[in-house]
Design a protein around this ligand. Structure first.
Ligand SMILES: [Zn+2]
Ligand SMILES: [Zn+2]
Length: 293
């Protein structure tokens, strides 16, 4: 008999400090979206909001982490990060990502891509169809570089990191030595839809980030948090430095010997050109062959 999935199969929580929790939305062993829950004295901040198909994350947080009022800050507006935001009463997202929301968060679009994230598991897909959150009409307040969210001694600092999306931000929590970076700094950073100039410009964005975040900070990103997931190495600021170097290398054409990466979704190469991977230390940067034409 097929296993019947419940919300508790899809969502798990890890406590990193007294204030910092990571709620993991897991669609398969390979596709798990970490959502930060930062608990202050009078309220808690939810950083990113997942793919919106794994159940009601607000109810889950209220039951398992904190009963304080929740403020949701989406670090960018893509469907795997902003689709649970409508569940929260107070929501923030940088305005440069607002124009793509209506099309981007549509249920049909999320269900169509589901199979890639669930690695074709029919039971998970059925669960997701039954738990899909409708994001129609969701609105946000703006959040931008230099903004600070405060609650007592707790401070969350916003750093703009345009590149992966125009409105991408990181949220640094200096007192906890954790920084949530969503898709701004991944071990495998996708620039397969970006121009060479975009990739060059991103080196400066990452350099600004490195200058504003303490060197002993641990990064929690939006897809592959090996540290909290219990495998691999913690993501340190070395990853940011390696990514900056990778951007500089690709911009300057220092890409000899880079390998081709297979298609992630059908038609990807036709749409974006063949994807190559440039590796520096802990960072891989994916770029299209078309940037050199
Ligand atoms: Zn994204
Ligand atoms: Zn993402």
């Amino acid at each position: 008999m097929a296993k019947k999935f419940t919300v508790d199969d899809m969502l798990t929580t890890m406590k990193l400090t007294d204030r910092v929790y990571v709620l993991m939305e897991a669609y398969s062993w390979d596709h798990r979206f970490p959502i930060g829950v930062i608990v202050g004295d009078t309220k808690a901040f939810v950083l990113d909001s997942g793919y919106g198909l794994a159940g009601n994350i607000r109810e889950y947080i209220e039951k398992n982490i904190t009963d304080k009022p929740l403020v949701c800050i989406c670090l960018h507006g893509h469907l795997d990060h902003a689709s649970g935001a409508i569940l929260f009463d107070e929501r923030y997202l940088n305005e440069r990502d607002w124009p793509t929301l209506e099309e981007g968060l549509k249920i049909e679009r999320r269900l169509k891509m589901m199979s890639s994230f669930a690695l074709g598991d029919p039971d998970i897909e059925e669960f997701c169809r039954n738990h899909a959150i409708d994001c129609t009409g969701v609105t946000f307040k703006n959040v931008d570089d230099g903004d600070v969210f405060e609650d007592g001694d707790l401070k969350l600092e916003v750093i703009a990191m345009p590149g992966h999306s125009k409105g991408q931000i990181a949220v640094n929590i200096p007192s906890e030595k954790y920084c949530f970076v969503s898709d701004a700094i991944l071990k495998r950073t996708h620039f397969d839809n970006a121009s060479r100039e975009d990739i060059g410009a991103y080196a400066a964005v990452v350099e600004n980030f490195i200058n504003r975040v303490a060197a002993d900070t641990i990064l929690i990103n939006g897809h592959e948090q090996s540290y909290v997931g219990g495998y691999g190495w913690p993501l340190t600021m070395d990853l940011a430095k390696d990514l900056k170097t990778a951007c500089e290398d690709v911009y300057n054409g220092r890409v000899e010997g880079d390998a081709v990466k297979p298609e992630f979704f059908p038609g990807q190469w036709e749409q974006r050109g063949k994807t190559f991977t440039h590796v520096v230390g802990k960072a891989s940067l994916l770029y299209s062959e078309r940037i050199f034409k």
